[in-house]
Design a protein around this ligand. Structure first.
Ligand code: NAD
Length: 427
């Protein structure tokens, strides 16, 4: 049934925010879903979206109100799982898209989770530590109705970290009257966090890059890499590429772009960023204008910062043979088509950055069993899972002659809709 005339704007596929992009991605995969396509509408609306008012007392004695969200996109395969983002531009439609990509990601790697995401529309840099703690605790209380170790398990995302996870865990535990370490992942090690979690997303990015490079006969040793974003994902990935003998020739962050044809000293660059807050002013590298980043000569490009970075405006200039999406949603659908026409292989976010949630899953399992694994064990399991997931995506892409993104969606949507069909509709 065509219900488009009744759709609110955020459910409208022509509204090209992140949610509109996600809807287009689902449309692309629908022809490959066989009889399960009758359930596809399930994927086009979130199961549950909660909007909460988060009032806190500021240090100056006034009361401020912030808007918070927790969206559970799909719970057919297990509890919701996905991060919490604190950012001034967070909107319901963005959180919906991020929650949907979590559903796809979790199903693609075959983790026993649905997809969820949360956020607060706030610039956390404007808050004191005390204000940030009050904000986090009140938000956690408000969404406490729908989260829990077997209901929905938040984790860090942009501008949230281990400390915020510790406050979330404590607030939930206080409200329920029992210490519940498994209610969030990405916690400090001292509170049931997992070894290897911090590095997991970057390690996953590097692992899929190794696999993809092998398939296109690209020798990693000596190949040139450009990375956008030198944070948790891009920073770790850049280090692993450098360790593998690649030359990380260009790095862009929020403040600047640096280039060195013979390869940047990543260790020194990370030290510079830790000291000065950005890559700006790093000696031993050429400073480039922001737009130039996209046309630097390189073999592998890793967008690991924000959404909608590779667009119709720069896709034609990209020189890489391989794009590995560390960030969520960095490539628009039009840009995706341009890259495909130019023969550039894109490893999509929903598989490339799944390393973080994979080790979050290990953390949750360890919390449940109160038995903790060594870092080597965690890394080995992570690499094995990522390789298996990539191999399945590659094989599906070959079979249907589709992009790796569509192949990942085929695998993930099939798993979600199989679960949907087996469970049936309640009541
Ligand atoms: P982070 O906050 O640690 O780092 C973000 C980096 O992006 C910083 O280097 C920052 O300077 C840079 N950046 C910000 N704005 C920029 C701009 N306009 N241009 C260029 N660079 C800019 O964040 P992170 O955890 O590394 O996450 C990065 C991306 O990866 C996000 O899209 C996030 O959703 C996604 N992701 C993260 C994880 C994880 O485990 N951290 C897992 C999956 C996906």
């Amino acid at each position: 049934m065509n219900t488009s005339h009744t759709l609110p704007s955020y459910l409208d596929p022509n509204h090209l925010g992140p949610w509109g992009i996600y809807l287009q991605q689902v449309d692309r995969v629908t022809p490959y879903l066989g009889h399960l396509a009758r359930w596809v509408e399930t994927l086009k609306r979130p199961k549950r979206a909660m909007i909460v008012d988060v009032p806190i007392e500021l240090d100056n004695g006034t009361v401020a109100h912030f808007e918070g969200y927790r969206v559970q996109h799909n719970l057919s395969r297990g509890p919701g799982k996905g991060g919490v983002r604190f950012h001034q531009d967070v909107t319901l439609s963005e959180v919906m898209a991020l929650s949907a990509w979590m559903s796809v990601k979790n199903a693609a790697v075959n983790l026993p989770y649905g997809g969820a995401k949360g956020g607060i529309r706030v610039d956390p840099k404007t808050l004191s530590r005390g204000e940030l703690e009050r904000l986090t605790r009140r938000y956690t209380s408000e969404i406490g109705l729908i989260i829990g170790p077997s209901k929905d398990i938040p984790a860090p995302d942009m501008n949230t970290n281990e400390q915020i996870m510790a406050w979330m865990m404590d607030t939930y535990s206080m409200n329920t009257g029992a210490t519940a370490t498994g209610v969030v992942t990405g916690k400090p090690i001292a509170l049931g966090g997992s070894l290897g979690r911090r590095e997991a997303t970057g390690r996953g990015v590097f692992t899929v890059a190794q696999e993809a490079a092998q398939h296109i006969q690209l020798e990693l040793k000596g190949c040139r890499v450009a990375v956008q974003g030198l944070g948790n994902v891009g920073g770790v990935a850049a280090q692993l590429f450098a360790q593998a003998g690649c030359k990380v020739v260009a790095v862009q962050d929020h403040a600047g772009t640096v280039y060195q044809a013979s390869g940047l000293d990543i260790h020194a660059l990370l030290e510079h960023v830790a000291k000065h807050g950005s890559v700006l002013g790093f000696s031993g590298a050429e400073a480039l204008a922001r737009a130039q980043f996209w046309s630097v000569p390189c073999d592998i490009l890793v967008p690991a910062a924000l959404e909608q970075q590779i667009t119709v405006n720069n896709a034609a200039q990209i020189q890489a043979r391989l794009v590995i999406e560390g960030a969520n949603g960095p490539t628009t659908p039009e840009a995706d088509d341009i890259l495909a026409e130019r023969g550039i292989l894109v490893v999509p976010d929903v598989i490339a950055n799944a390393g973080g949630v994979t080790v979050s899953y290990f953390e949750w399992v360890q919390d449940f069993s109160s038995f903790f694994w060594s870092e080597d064990e965690i890394n080995a399991r992570l690499v094995r899972l990522m390789r298996e997931a990539f191999a399945a995506v590659w094989q599906t892409a070959q079979q249907h002659k589709v992009s790796l993104r569509t192949a990942t969606f085929i695998i993930a949507c099939t798993r979600m809709l199989q679960a949907r069909e087996l469970r049936g509709l309640y009541p």
